[in-house]
Design a protein around this ligand. Structure first.
Ligand code: F0G
Length: 474
């Protein structure tokens, strides 16, 4: 793939790519298309020589720039923090208005979680143009892809990454999207986006982990730009979710960030964001991070809590993960959860997530599908709908509150990663009056009750029967 001259000669000299392996530490130009270190095959970070960046002296200084909302660079909720992810020349960034998201104080949900009023916030990333947090990272990776002259971009996906990629390709008409999905593993809301936006959709016989392994091979073989979160530029965009949380809290650092964990891109990006802000003296403390797995896809929970895998000053014993993956293969264990977005057993960003957990004094928990769906129903009843995977954050916060790890006075931010309409099947099955539908979609996953169901009432088409029903139920 050719490297465009504007990258080589442009304004990006402060940025470079660096191998995560501290015993390797190789560095590469930002114009190189790499998702792993060619020398040791470890993950790569985007790193900066901050002395060469015109940084604000305090975070609130950034706000002055945002009055220029006619300028797409300052309108985007990602690129208005360009100074904190300065790898692309300002005039080359690609935006479709991503990151216009909301930090909502949610007292109704706070009560469910067990927090005092005013202490729970929901960061609603479902407001992004394609309906999930992925747009934060996709505009960043897509910008890099365009900088290096890519004409085709690929990803494996449980649905949201593919919807986001397909959208950027369709809006800009700059690239062809090629998406890999597991068979029967993607919700209709997400699949419909990719199909409508014109992505070449490759459904392989297997699950997300199989698709992820394949897309890495195939993109290398065919020279297709890979936009999964193994791409370090994706994570640069996802850092901005935390910048916006701080912005909404008037630059005060909360006590906890709680996030669902799938491929572990978000948690890794959030850790990197806080490490960098601290290093730059722009914040004086780092919040604690809680990463929440689904019980049916609990690799991080197993490795962190049962097998004691830690960052270990940059030398984590990754062979512990390899042994675990061998066990999964031997026992034919596949990820299985109603939260299809996080139905992942081999998280590609595992090592970076360990760094984030270390930096943020983190904890890892898992929640089952019953807990996820109950939390989701409560989030919805509080007015902000989300998809099942997103609700893992709220279910996880509730669990940590019950365990006394989160205090009732703590200020907690749960990340709602995707929009409610992404997966209507799970929602309708939870609220249904049809026991067969409930059993088919949820019963098979160990969900036995819908404690917060809001059931439709069936009435004959007669005035007095309808009036009677309304008076009875309202
Ligand atoms: N929540 C939602 C709604 C997601 O779509 C994903 C990941 C996650 C959480 C997990 O985030 O990977 O950063 O830990 N979805 C990917 C996809 C895998 O293909 O759309 P993570």
């Amino acid at each position: 793939m050719s490297v465009s001259t504007s990258v080589q000669n442009g304004t990006t000299t402060a940025a470079f790519q660096r191998c995560l392996n501290i015993d390797c530490g190789a560095t590469y130009d930002v114009g190189e298309v790499l998702t792993r270190c060619p020398k040791c095959f470890d993950l790569l970070d985007v790193a900066y020589d901050w002395n060469k960046v015109a940084l604000p002296s305090k975070l609130s200084d950034l706000e002055a720039l945002w009055s220029r909302r006619h300028d797409p660079l300052r309108f985007s909720g990602v690129w208005r923090f360009h100074e904190l992810l300065p790898y692309a020349p300002a005039n080359r960034v690609i935006t479709v208005g991503e990151g216009q998201t909301l930090l909502q104080q949610a007292d109704f949900v706070a009560k469910y979680v067990g927090l005092k009023p005013g202490q729970l916030y929901l960061q609603y990333e479902g407001m992004n143009p394609s309906g999930s947090f992925k747009d934060n990272g996709m505009c960043a990776a897509f910008t890099h892809a365009h900088m290096v002259g890519a004409k085709r971009a690929a990803c494996a996906s449980t649905g949201n990454t593919s919807a986001s990629l397909a959208m950027y390709c369709a809006v800009t008409q700059l690239m062809k999207a090629i998406i890999f999905i597991g068979s029967g593993k993607i919700s209709y809301g997400k699949l419909s986006q990719a199909l409508e936006y014109g992505a070449l959709t490759v459904q392989i016989a297997g699950d997300f982990d199989d698709a992820m392994a394949r897309v890495q091979e195939i993109s290398k073989e065919l020279g297709i730009y890979l936009v999964n979160s193994v791409n370090p530029f994706r994570l640069e965009g996802q850092k901005t979710v935390m910048f916006r949380v701080l912005e909404a809290l008037r630059w005060e650092v909360p006590d906890w960030i709680v996030v669902p964990g799938g491929n572990l891109g978000n948690s890794s990006a959030f850790g990197k964001a806080f490490l960098e802000l601290k290093e730059l003296g722009l914040i004086n403390r780092i919040p604690r991070l809680a990463v929440i797995n689904a019980a049916g896809a609990d690799t991080l929970d197993v490795l962190y809590n049962q097998r004691n895998l830690r960052w270990s000053r940059g030398r984590p014993r990754m062979e512990i993960a390899c042994w675990y993956y061998d066990e999964l293969d031997r026992d034919h264990v596949k990820a299985d959860t109603i939260a299809s977005a996080i139905e992942i057993n081999r998280p590609v960003n595992l090592k970076k997530c360990l760094r984030a957990l270390d930096a943020c004094d983190g904890v890892v928990r898992k929640v089952n599908d019953q807990e996820i769906l109950d939390a989701k129903a409560q989030v919805g009843a509080g007015g902000i709908g989300c998809e099942p995977a997103s609700a893992a954050s709220v279910a996880g916060a509730k669990l940590l509150r019950q365990q006394g790890v989160i205090g009732s006075d703590d200020r907690v931010v749960c990340i709602l990663t995707g929009h409610q309409l992404k997966d209507p099947t799970a929602t309708v099955a939870y609220h249904t009056t049809d026991q067969d539908q409930f059993e088919e979609v949820l019963g098979s996953r160990g969900v036995t009750r819908a404690s917060y169901a809001n059931r439709a009432i069936a009435v004959p088409n007669q005035m007095d029967a309808i009036i009677k029903a309304i008076q009875l139920y309202s």
